[in-house]
Design a protein around this ligand. Structure first.
Ligand SMILES: [Mg+2]
Length: 103
């Protein structure tokens, strides 16, 4: 059935995964800003609950997995992502206040 956005079910599913994982990254960033990298969920029943730094790494990995799936599905082109990364690294520097100079 035709849909206005012309997404295939597979494309839509990959976007949904990316959206969900980016949201989880945002949530962890909020926890880190409020409670710090070393804080963890105080209600966790786990013997060694993951701290917020662990959770950020996990969710960033989940985003990379979603990106990998989008590359495989030809939704996006990895070389364009890398090109944009390099542009951003140069462009953002003048707006930052606390980052060391690149070597
Ligand atoms: Mg996740």
């Amino acid at each position: 059935m035709w849909h206005f956005n012309e997404l295939t079910p597979a494309e839509d599913e990959r976007l949904a995964l990316l959206l969900e994982e980016c949201g989880e990254v945002i949530q962890v960033i909020g926890k880190i800003q409020r409670h710090g990298y070393l804080s963890h969920d105080p209600t966790s029943q786990a013997q060694y609950p993951p701290n917020n730094r662990d959770l950020l790494a996990k969710e960033l990995g989940d985003v990379l997995a979603a990106i990998t799936m989008m590359e495989a599905g030809r939704d996006i082109v990895s070389s364009e992502i890398l090109t944009r990364r390099d542009v951003k690294l140069k462009k953002v520097r003048k707006y930052l206040h606390h980052q060391p100079e690149p070597k």
